[in-house]
Ligand binder design. Structure first.
Ligand SMILES: [Zn+2]
Length: 385
């Protein structure tokens, strides 16, 4: 399923190819998020023209949308998204976190200096067997067997084992207990699988070196087709710099000949650091979510197109970008600013298209640099270490 074509001599970066029944993915690669079986604003043709190789869709939200009955007769994500290219699904485990502790404590995946206290009701009840989600006045139960059943109905090429991500605010004792549950649920996920879809195991363990080591050794020894690294990541300098030292505690224990995915992480610096630490694929909602809100990504940084300073700026969005928005349509900052101000639908489309192309193209530049043996120099230009 995975071939390493070349290893970087200065880091753990590697060039590779993931093979799926719907085509290949050249790695390192960005994975576009299509939560409700679609990438908002963009058609599958748009995604191809923006150089997308792989899309990840969300198991929990598809289950909520279709129900068990709808899933039984569902034609599968490839058909319903009109996307005959590689696809993956998450396991629903992330919603254990996002609808649970992240709501209750107001925290994200990354430790910051300003964690607020309780904000919203925790909608999740975790037991040793699985997770109860509060939906209206009912509870719905999700466990490993159910997650895999749903993912088999969705039919993606790559599926994920069911896990429990923890918050950066959880202590050691909680992380240790959660990890024991996660490991058991992942073994159950492997047993539950009845199709030939490829399944990735997920390494957890929070911010604790011994738990990350233990998780990588255990999950790395199981018969998964690839591995994802999930959960919380620490930071330094009061939360401003992410160091991803957790990857140093994990990657050396994972098999070299299988692909590695970093869950839910993908800003420019993160991608370089992740690649240098041996990660092959990254999924992140940033290009589309921020595009809708007026932010475009360039090598000069993130630009907020809704700001007044762009009102009379007649320069092209990103003069260094080869995407059709910048290079063919030659959309200017002033024009995009006016579309956002008028709340015109096209604004989100143009910004999302450019952003997806930008991240896909950045990964292509990274792949070329590994092939040519100058990844380290490229990384130096983009990451202040
Ligand atoms: Zn562009």
């Amino acid at each position: 399923m995975f071939r390493v074509l070349k290893k970087d001599s200065s880091s753990r970066a590697r060039l590779g190819i993931i093979e799926t029944p719907h085509g290949i993915v050249e790695t390192p690669s960005f994975v576009v998020v299509g939560t409700h079986a679609k990438v908002r604003e963009l058609s599958s043709q748009d995604l191809i023209r923006a150089k997308t190789q792989l899309i990840i869709s969300n198991t929990y939200h598809m289950w909520q949308k279709l129900g068990d009955k709808g899933l039984r007769k569902y034609p599968g994500l490839h058909e319903s998204m009109n996307w005959q290219h590689p696809l993956m699904t998450d396991s629903g485990g992330f919603q254990v976190f996002s609808l649970g502790f992240a709501r209750e404590l107001g925290g994200g995946k990354i430790v910051t200096s300003q964690q607020s206290l309780a904000t919203s009701e925790n909608l999740v009840r975790i037991t040793n067997d699985g997770v109860y989600f509060k939906v209206g006045d009912r509870e719905q139960f999700l466990d490993a067997t159910k997650s895999i059943w749903i993912q088999e109905k969705l039919g993606a090429d790559i599926i994920l084992a069911f896990d429990e991500p923890t918050s950066p605010l959880h202590n050691y004792k909680y992380n240790k207990e959660a990890l024991a549950r996660t490991h058991r649920w992942e073994e159950e996920s492997l047993k539950a699988k009845t199709t030939n879809q490829k399944m990735y195991g997920i390494v957890q363990g929070g911010l604790f070196e011994d738990l990350r080591n233990e998780s990588a050794k255990f999950i790395g020894s199981l018969d998964f087709d690839g591995f994802a690294v999930g959960g919380s990541f620490g930071s330094s300098f009061g939360g401003k710099e992410k160091t991803f030292r957790e990857l140093d505690w994990v990657v050396p224990y994972l098999p070299e000949n299988k692909p590695r995915h970093l869950l839910g992480i993908g800003l420019i610096q993160d991608l370089f650091i992740g690649v240098s630490k041996g990660i092959d694929t990254f999924d992140c909602v940033v290009p589309t979510r921020e595009g809708r809100h007026g932010n475009i990504y360039t090598l000069q940084g993130r630009l907020d197109m809704t700001k007044g300073l762009y009102k009379e700026d007649g320069s092209v969005l990103d003069p260094d970008c080869g995407c059709e928005v910048c290079a063919t349509k030659k959309i200017t900052k002033a024009y995009l600013h006016s579309l956002f101000k008028a709340k015109n639908f096209e604004a989100g489309y143009l910004a999302s298209f450019h952003n997806i192309y930008f991240f896909n193209n950045l990964m292509k530049t990274i792949r070329n640099s590994i092939a040519e043996g100058n990844f380290k120099d490229l990384m130096k230009k983009h990451v202040l270490l």
